[in-house]
Design a protein around this ligand. Structure first.
Ligand code: NAP
Length: 248
């Protein structure tokens, strides 16, 4: 019970990685708020969790007014926020010469501006508590990936932002870290062409996709007391894909 009665907010928490993160925190005693734009997915998540330890807010993390409302609602209800997980993210893949400008803008907005807005609202609360943990879900793709000039740039930006916030908030006993997943089996990756999905699995040193729980365990560790001196880091959870290219 590492998170007994801790107040935790998870964006994009209704499905995929976010849902696994929510499940993990609830199992370890936390009060969790799911923040997601997809009401249907929220309803399914709440039904399947069937727990008094979870709340939900249907909101868009790219909208500053909605983000202000999200954080005020959690603060009013629980009086504090111990952990923020910025997990909501989208993909709109294409090679640059075929990528519409709106697909660049929407990916940057959800994957980079969303976490920035959330951190801006949460920072004063965590500073006044003199404690807190922020975990940003980046991606192995921040290192570069064909067809993801928008997505890789957004996740690279998120890594840079993580490092800056670690510097700005460390003195207030707040750590800020990033997790960079490789291919994980979620609704997002299952929306890819099945042939592409198979190819991605085969290009992994472990020859498989990861499970959402692999990410949830890492997020929980970074949010725990044991990780109190880990700050500004990116932890790759990708079966070794980030090490380099290999042909086998
Ligand atoms: P997912 O299955 O699509 O779940 C993401 C959730 O976030 C969805 O419920 C989505 O709603 C919600 N969301 C999207 N835009 C939002 C917004 N503006 N405000 C609030 N919620 C919003 O994705 P996932 O695969 O679990 O990915 C979670 C995170 O991990 C993302 O940041 C992704 O980039 C990162 N990641 C995933 C993988 C992977 O292999 N799965 C690998 C590396 C990194 P909708 O259904 O309406 O879009």
């Amino acid at each position: 019970m590492r998170f007994d009665n801790q107040v935790i907010a998870v964006t994009g928490g209704a499905q995929g990685l976010g849902f696994a993160i929510v499940e993990q925190f609830i199992e370890e005693g936390a009060q969790v708020t799911i923040i997601d734009i997809d009401q249907k997915a929220i309803d399914q998540a709440l039904h399947s969790l069937s727990s008094d330890s979870v709340d939900s807010i249907c909101s868009d993390v790219t909208d500053a007014a909605q983000v202000n409302e999200i954080i005020s609602t959690i603060k009013e209800k629980h009086g504090r926020i111990d952990v923020l997980v910025n997990n909501a993210g989208i993909i709109r893949d294409n090679v640059i010469w075929k990528m519409p400008e709106e697909d660049y803008d929407s990916v940057m907005k959800v994957n980079l501006k969303g976490p920035w807005l959330m951190c801006r609202e949460v920072a004063p609360i965590m500073r006044s508590q003199n404690s807190g943990r922020i975990v940003n879900i980046a991606s192995r793709s921040w290192l570069g990936n064909v067809g993801q000039s928008n997505y890789s740039a957004s996740k690279g930006g998120l890594v840079s932002m993580t490092r800056v916030l670690a510097l700005e908030l460390g003195k207030n006993n707040i750590t800020v870290n990033a997790v960079a997943p490789g291919l994980i089996d979620t609704p997002m990756t299952r929306s890819l062409d099945p042939e592409v999905y198979k190819m991605l699995e085969q290009s992994n040193p472990c020859k498989k996709a990861g499970k959402p729980a692999d990410i949830a365990h890492t997020v929980a560790f970074l949010s725990s007391d044991e990780a109190g001196f880990i700050n500004g880091q990116v932890i790759h959870v990708d079966g070794g894909k980030s090490i380099g290219a290999s042909v086998q």
